[in-house]
Write a protein that binds this ligand. Structure first.
Ligand code: TGC
Length: 394
C-alpha cells in the first residue's frame, strides 16, 4: 500500500499550514512515528485485520519508537510533552486504531495508573520494562454490567490476613490475554481501590472476545478473577476511590481526540487520491462538484479537529486542562472522524467495500473508539453538566 499523500498538493495535505504551529522537535517526532507506520504497519495491516490479529512482536518495536508511556517521566519512560504524545497517537491511528489502542492501553491507562498511584517499588518493577514493550499491561475497569456506570462495579477485594482476595469479572479489557500485569479496580470495605495483578496469578484468566466487526487488529477480552490472592504490596497505595480510575481515562481520552484524526486523515487522503485517478463519464470523479463538496467538508473538519486537539494539548502541557474539556475533543473528533471515514468510502464506490482501501476499516474501528473511554452520550452529559451545573446521568 502506498503512502496516500503521494502526488497531493500542499494545501490538500495541510490546508491551513497547521504544521507552522508545531516546533521542530514535535514535527520530528511526528515524522518518525509516521515513517514507522509507513514501513511496518501499512504493508501488513490488511492481513492482520482480516486474521483478527495483533502481533505481540510489535510491542518492543513500539517501545523502541518511544511511544509507550511516552508522556510519563522517569522509570525509563520517554517524558515527552502532551502535544508530542498526541501527534504520535494521530500517526499510529492513521495506520490502524488497533495500533493506537495498544499504545493507549499500555501507556495511557496501565502505565499511567502505576505512575500516578503506585509505590516506588511497583514503579521500579513494572514501568521500565513496560516502556520498552518487554512487559504488557491491561486496565480492568469495565464489567459486563458496569460500562458507562463504573461506580456499579461488582468485582470485590476482601482482606485475607495482610493480603487480599479478588473475585469478579471484567469485560472489554484490551490486551488482557497477552498481558503480564493487570490493573484491576475492585470494591473494598474502604471504597474502590486499584490492584496490580500479575496475570500468572492462580485464578486469573482472560479470553478474547470474538468475532468482532471492527477493531479487528486488536485484542479485547473477558477477564475472570476467581479467588485471586494478592499481597498487601499489590494494592496501588495512592489510588483511592473511583476518581483514581477515571483520572487514568482522562489520559486515554486525550490521546483518542488526536488518534481519531489520524484515521480521518488517512481516509480523506485515500479518497482524494482515488478520486483524482478514478474516471467516470470520461472525467476524474474529483472534477464533479458533489465530490469536491465531500472532500472540502472532510478538510474543514480535520483541520478544525486538529486545532481543538492542539489547543487542548497546549492546555494540558500548561497544567491547565480540566477533564470536562477533554470530553469536548473526544466527542467532537471521534464523531467527525467516523463521518469522514464513511463519506470517504462513498467516493471509493464498491471498491471501498474491500480491504484494498482504508476508509471502511477505519470507520469500523471508530465504532469501538466512539464507544470506549466514554460513549458519545457520556461525553455529551459531562459537557451538559459542565455548562448547566446539573448532572443528567440517571
Ligand atoms: P461519580 O461517581 O460521581 O465520581 C466519582 C469520582 O470521580 C471523579 N471523577 C473524575 N476524576 C478525574 N477525572 C475524571 N474524568 C472524573 N470523572 C469523575 C469525581 O469527581 C468523583 O470524585 P470524588 O472525589 O467526589 O469521589 O461520577 P461522576 O458523576 O463524576 O461521573 C459519572 C460519569 C458517567 C461521567 C463517569 O462514571 C464516567 O465517565 N463514565 C464513563 C466510564 C467510561 O469511560 N468507561 C469506559 C472505560 S474504558 C475501559 O475500561 C477500557 S477500554 C480500553 C481497553 O482496555 O481496550
Amino acid at each position: 500500500m502506498t503512502t496516500p499523500t503521494d502526488g497531493l498538493t500542499p494545501l490538500a495535505i495541510d490546508y491551513l499550514n497547521l504544521d507552522s504551529l508545531f516546533s521542530v522537535e514535535e514535527l520530528e517526532l511526528r515524522d518518525r512515528v509516521r515513517a514507522f507506520v509507513d514501513a511496518r504497519i501499512r504493508p501488513n495491516i490488511d492481513a492482520w485485520y482480516e486474521a483478527g490479529e495483533f502481533p505481540r512482536s510489535l510491542a518492543p518495536e513500539l517501545g523502541k519508537l518511544g511511544v509507550l508511556g511516552m508522556h510519563l517521566d522517569g522509570y525509563g519512560c520517554p517524558g515527552r510533552s502532551a502535544v508530542e504524545y498526541g501527534l504520535a497517537m494521530l500517526e499510529l491511528e492513521a495506520g490502524d486504531s488497533g495500533l493506537r489502542t495498544f499504545a493507549s492501553v499500555q501507556g495511557s491507562l496501565t502505565m499511567s495508573a502505576i505512575h500516578k498511584f503506585g509505590s516506588v517499588a511497583q514503579k521500579e518493577r513494572w514501568l521500565p520494562r513496560m516502556a520498552k514493550g518487554e512487559l504488557i499491561g491491561c486496565f480492568g475497569l469495565t464489567e459486563p454490567d458496569a460500562g458507562s456506570d463504573p461506580a456499579r462495579m461488582q468485582t470485590a477485594a476482601r482482606r485475607d490476613g495482610d493480603g487480599w482476595v479478588l473475585d469478579g469479572t471484567k469485560r472489554w479489557i484490551g490486551l488482557a490475554s497477552i498481558a503480564d500485569v493487570a490493573v484491576i479496580w475492585a470494591r473494598t470495605d474502604d471504597g474502590i481501590r486499584g490492584f496490580l495483578v500479575p496475570t500468572s496469578s492462580p485464578g486469573f484468566s482472560a479470553s478474547d472476545i470474538e468475532p468482532k466487526l471492527g477493531m479487528r487488529a486488536s485484542i479485547q477480552c473477558d477477564v475472570t478473577l476467581d479467588d485471586v490472592r494478592l499481597g498487601a504490596e499489590d494494592m496501588l497505595p495512592d489510588a483511592t476511590g473511583l476518581g483514581a480510575a477515571l483520572s487514568c481515562l482522562n489520559e486515554a481520552r486525550y490521546g483518542i481526540m488526536w488518534g481519531a484524526l489520524g484515521a480521518a486523515r488517512d481516509a480523506y487522503q485515500s479518497a482524494l487520491a482515488y478520486s483524482l485517478q478514478r474516471r467516470q463519464f470520461e472525467r476524474p470523479i474529483a472534477s464533479f462538484q458533489l465530490t469536491q463538496q465531500k472532500l472540502v467538508d472532510m478538510v474543514l473538519e480535520i483541520q478544525k479537529g486538529l486545532l481543538v486537539a492542539l489547543h487542548t494539548g497546549r492546555q494540558k502541557d500548561a497544567g491547565a486542562l480540566r477533564p470536562e474539556q477533554i470530553s469536548f475533543g473526544k466527542l467532537n473528533n471521534v464523531r467527525e472522524a467516523i463521518a469522514i471515514c464513511r463519506e470517504a468510502r462513498t467516493l471509493l464506490g464498491a471498491n471501498g467495500i474491500t480491504l484494498d482501501h482504508t476508509p471502511m476499516r477505519h470507520a469500523n474501528n471508530l465504532e469501538a473508539v466512539r464507544t470506549y473511554e466514554g460513549t458519545d452520550e457520556v461525553h455529551t452529559l459531562i459537557m451538559g453538566r459542565a455548562i448547566t451545573d446539573i448532572p443528567a446521568f440517571a
